[in-house]
Design a protein around this ligand. Sequence first.
Ligand SMILES: *Cc1c(COP(=O)(O)O)cnc(C)c1O
Length: 355
Amino acid sequence: MIDGLARDEVRVLKSYPETALPCRIKMDANENEWGLPQQVKEALIKDVLDFPFHRYPDSDGAALKGKLEEYTGVPAKNLIIGNGSDELIRYVVDAFVSPGDKVVIPTPAFSMYRFFVDLAGGVVVEVEPEQGLRVDTQKVARTAKRENAKLVFLCSPNNPTGEVIRVEDIEMVIQKSPGIVVVDEAYYEFCGRTVIDRVNSYPNLVVLRTLSKAAALAGLRVGYLAAGDDIMNYLYRVKVPYNVGSFSQMAAMRVLENRRAMDQWLDTFRSVRDEFIEDLRRVEGVTVFPTGANFVLLGIDRAHRVWKGLLKRGILVRKFGQGPLENCLRVTVCPPRQNRAFLEGLKEVLGEVYT
Ligand SMILES: *Cc1c(COP(=O)(O)O)cnc(C)c1O
């Protein structure tokens, strides 16, 4: 009886796979394995004692948006905070996608875009990548026009490839699209390139950011979105009240107040990443995709067997199902000790798998 009651869009969905595999070294989810800076933790310890845990949060996040205005240069009125940027993807889809509407997604892509579009009954139009799994922005723009797409999703640096899409190419897609273009900048801090300063120039631009990656707050679920006044007006109609917890908002503020700590860490991070990539390039049988993010995509024959061999050694990386990425693994850049353990594990596993 219940099957007959479920919405058609929901009956065909599968539940998101539980990926909490036990491991010693976690390199599968692009988390910041360095963790929060010590200063931020100490500030939060002081905050806890007098914290109004019994009160509902400020629904609009005015204080946090003030800090985000300083951080991004975008006026607070053009920002909205979310329970992770995943929730904000949902707001955009809820506000603009009716059943049957077309949504253009270049592949390979972050899975949440399709998830929310499917849930809303929208129709995903995929755009295949160019050589090297790079996003074909010309084709994305042509497809958006041809399909009269309500939405286009771009992600830069792109997850899972690591590609940084050129700002000119992103702007070209924004200019040629008949609908809204969402630019997901979850990994912005690792490359420094952004279009967030254009949200008041292009009325059809949405930029997504998160504190889950560089800011090391994945557990507290804080994301934000920037857009012009007209889009914002509609997003606020679908926004759930009190969507971001008060302590999450406080932690996000402390991170932004200690921005120097994050900037210093990013300097360290970039040199660790460069060294890791250099080491990876020296491993025979592995193709290293260029990355502007905190992960690196590796092309490896028999990737699923390699994945298993790594897991047996306690090292968890991201594998992919059938398709263009079936012979790829995505590996989060971690502190040097873990990266070295990965390199050693990988060489051992490759020896086993290829003999
Ligand atoms: C990690 C990630 C996010 C962030 O999700 P949150 O819900 O903010 O944790 C968004 N987009 C992409 C492409 C990501 O990889």
